[in-house]
Design a protein around this ligand. Structure first.
Ligand code: UD1
Ligand code: CA
Length: 456
């Protein structure tokens, strides 16, 4: 018995008014299509086939690392036509195929699992998910007969005034017996308001051949299909609430969930406190006991235990435990900051390693450098890593004291246990245990002001 899933993602998405294919618009930092694929994986679907059409290459690109196969729909003639384009994928299979829409990212793993069980236990040949919407505008309506069985689905644009009043809608999520679906597909016609081949017509086709059709109601929030930017923002709010609630249930304090933006794949450990205005993206991991004061963006980074961050940007980097970052620090990709480090205000660190207990307290740039532990950077230090053509590396040992306003012209090495005098421009290696002074000596010209008649 095969079990596979189709995700329809070939549509034009006209109502989005966008150059980007609709299913690539992001909800909580992740493309809608990838939300749907990830949910299918969690619900134990190994065999995932995505129907692509409009923006096919872009959709392929965005789903590249998710190990799915593709069917190509060259012309967008409707959801039924999209499924016709998967015949090659389905033809040697026997069992059940689930079909979901790439523009409905709020479906949950739990509901998908229950749905498959419902389909199997009820011995249905076709099953659909439905829900009751206060405002069903735009959705296909579920028509039931006098016994309460589903009779057919009528698209919004094809509804009579009476049918428009029906509040039960089609979620565009189905489960079919593969063979019966393949036989029925050719019977779909496009004599409707949109001149499209509707997948929804399969319900009537199944009924006409006497097959058992089931319908399982789900929460309206899981049904939301995104056709416009307004619906995109509605999906964002629902998903954000779900994510924030999950973290709060796991022991994270979120002071103001409405203004806290956490991506779906972010992990946060207990007793971390998150103040308003934080954006945590990608595959970031925030360990126990951190305090994220307001207004930081943390993307694809690992923040170890008991770190404090305020008003800073951290990208693709690792921050060691008990370190403090900010306010107003910028930690750029591939940086590895040690434990008990201080990265203070207006400090930028790029592609550099900083050892434990080192302090970079203010107004400093460190790029392409390897810095040891227990160092102290004076205010205004600049690692001069770029000569106008190439980037070079700077290596600083342990226990170095870098005086204020030092330039370290790369490539250059500063050994362990060294001092650099404030205002130095270092171009040569500073050997272990030494003091380097690289600045002009001070000259005093006594009485110069009155000699020049400049006294005020
Ligand atoms: C569809 C359903 C409607 C349901 C609603 C729920 C049909 C005819 N209607 O309407 O009953 O209430 O979803 O959200 O199925 N697609 C393709 N190729 C196409 C057309 C669409 O791959 O030729 C894909 C789209 O990319 C999208 C999905 O199918 O991901 C749904 O298509 P869309 O045009 O948004 O359908 P709705 O009008 O929302
Ligand atoms: Ca839709």
């Amino acid at each position: 018995m095969d079990k596979c899933v189709l995700i329809l993602a070939g549509g034009k998405g006209k109502r989005m008014k966008s150059d980007l294919p609709k299913v690539l618009h992001k909800v909580c930092g992740k493309e809608m299509i990838n939300h749907v694929i990830d949910v299918m994986r969690k619900a134990d679907f190994q065999d995932v086939n995505v129907v692509i059409g409009k923006g096919a290459d872009q959709v392929k690109d965005a789903t590249r690392d998710r190990n799915v196969t593709y069917s190509f729909q060259s012309e967008q003639l409707g959801t039924g036509h999209a499924v016709m384009c998967t015949k090659d994928f389905l033809k040697d299979k026997d069992g059940i195929v689930a079909i979901f829409a790439g523009d409905a990212p709020l479906i949950s793993e739990n509901t998908v699992k229950k749905f498959i069980d419902f389909h199997k236990k009820g011995k249905y040949k076709a099953t659909l998910l439905t829900s009751i919407l206060e405002n069903p505008t735009g959705y296909g309506r579920i028509m039931r007969d006098s016994k309460g069985d589903v009779e057919k689905i009528v698209e919004h644009k094809d509804c009579t005034a009476e049918e428009l009043k029906v509040k039960e809608v089609n979620a565009a999520m189905y489960c079919f017996d593969i063979n019966i679906l393949l036989n029925g597909l050719d019977k779909i016609e496009n004599d409707n308001a949109q001149k499209e081949y509707y997948l929804t017509d399969m319900v009537e086709i199944f009924k006409a051949s006497g097959e058992k059709v089931g319908a399982m109601p789900i929460d309206f929030e899981e049904t939301l299909g995104v056709n416009s930017r307004v619906q995109l923002s509605e999906a964002e709010v629902i998903m954000r609430n779900r994510i924030n609630e999950k973290h709060m249930e796991n022991g994270v304090t979120i002071i103001d969930p409405v203004s806290t933006y956490i991506g779906e794949d972010v992990q946060i450990e207990r007793d971390t406190i998150i103040y308003p205005g934080n954006v945590i993206e990608g595959k970031s991991i925030i360990k126990e006991g951190c305090i994220l004061y307001p207004n930081s963006r943390i993307s694809d980074s690992i923040i170890s235990e008991n770190v404090t961050i305020q008003s800073s940007v951290i990208l693709q980097s690792k921050i060691g435990s008990n370190t403090t970052v900010g306010p107003f620090a910028y930690i750029r990709p591939e940086s590895n900051i040690g434990n008990h480090v201080r990265v203070g205000d207006f400090v930028e660190i790029k592609k550099s390693t900083i050892g434990n207990n080192t302090k970079v307290s203010h107004l400093t740039y460190i790029g392409d450098a390897q810095v040891g532990s227990n160092c102290n950077f004076g205010c205004g230090t600049v690692v001069v890593n770029y000569d106008g053509r190439d980037k070079h590396k700077t290596i600083i040992g342990d226990n170095s004291f870098i005086g204020c306003n030092t330039n370290l012209v790369s490539p250059v090495e500063v050994d362990d246990n060294t001092y650099i005098a404030a205002g130095s421009t270092i171009t040569e290696k500073v050997p272990e245990g030494s003091l380097a002074i690289a600045r002009a000596r001070q000259v005093i010209k006594k009485g110069w002001v009155s000699k020049k008649n400049l006294k005020k």
